[in-house]
Write a protein that binds this ligand. Sequence first.
Ligand SMILES: [Zn+2]
Length: 262
Amino acid sequence: MQSLGKIRIIIALLIAGVSALMYFTNTSVNPVTGEKQHVSLTPQQEIAMGLQSAPSMAKEFGGLSQNAKATALVKQVGAKLVAKTVAATSPYKFNFHLLADPRTINAFALPGGQIFITEALLGKLRTEGELAGVLGHEIGHVIERHSAEHMAKSRAIQGGAASVAVLTGESQSAQTAAAMIQMRYGRKDELESDKWGMKLGAEAGYDPRAMMGVMEVLAQASKGARQPEMMSSHPLPESRIIAAKEIIAKTYPNGVPSGLIK
Ligand SMILES: [Zn+2]
């Protein structure tokens, strides 16, 4: 039994070591932000992955919308957010899709630039600026390569969890811990993307304060079904409003310029 215990420890350390090594040696420089990230996919692989899963993701939300006018608006605002901003210098191919789902209030981005918003969420938004805020937020997830980062991270965490499981002979607690670490990364990503939403919106001529309107819509939508903030992958809208106000105050110390699209 004694030697079996030792072998277990050696195997556990080996698995943990290899997965940590793979994670920390796999770095690449973000083509837009210039930041060093732990990502093992190339932008071309991200684009291919997104294009491949786009049709099945659309299917999950009722397929593409049949509303031609609303679809055109989503595509037009999305194109403006890319053409007039730093997003145009990225290697990604951005496409904006309106999904038919009338009930699920949601928007999301696949790696590489496929961006989606449901009719349910679009119907709640009150201005073009709010739509720009939502789409800009999703562009932020793509530029920051959040999905690719998550893939690299979860592979490393799985390796870590596997080593703990080998060590203790049970995997439940290790897996719970792994899931919680991933949730915390999610909250940071959301705030980072909110920042992008306001930055890209403002560069394209939209009032960045429209992002606060988006938060109000999200707050209204999440009423009744709210999770405690620390356990939720999405920060509470209230805390996002506070963060957004701080960013606007810092970006425009003399006040937001007038004449921007609300
Ligand atoms: Zn997000």
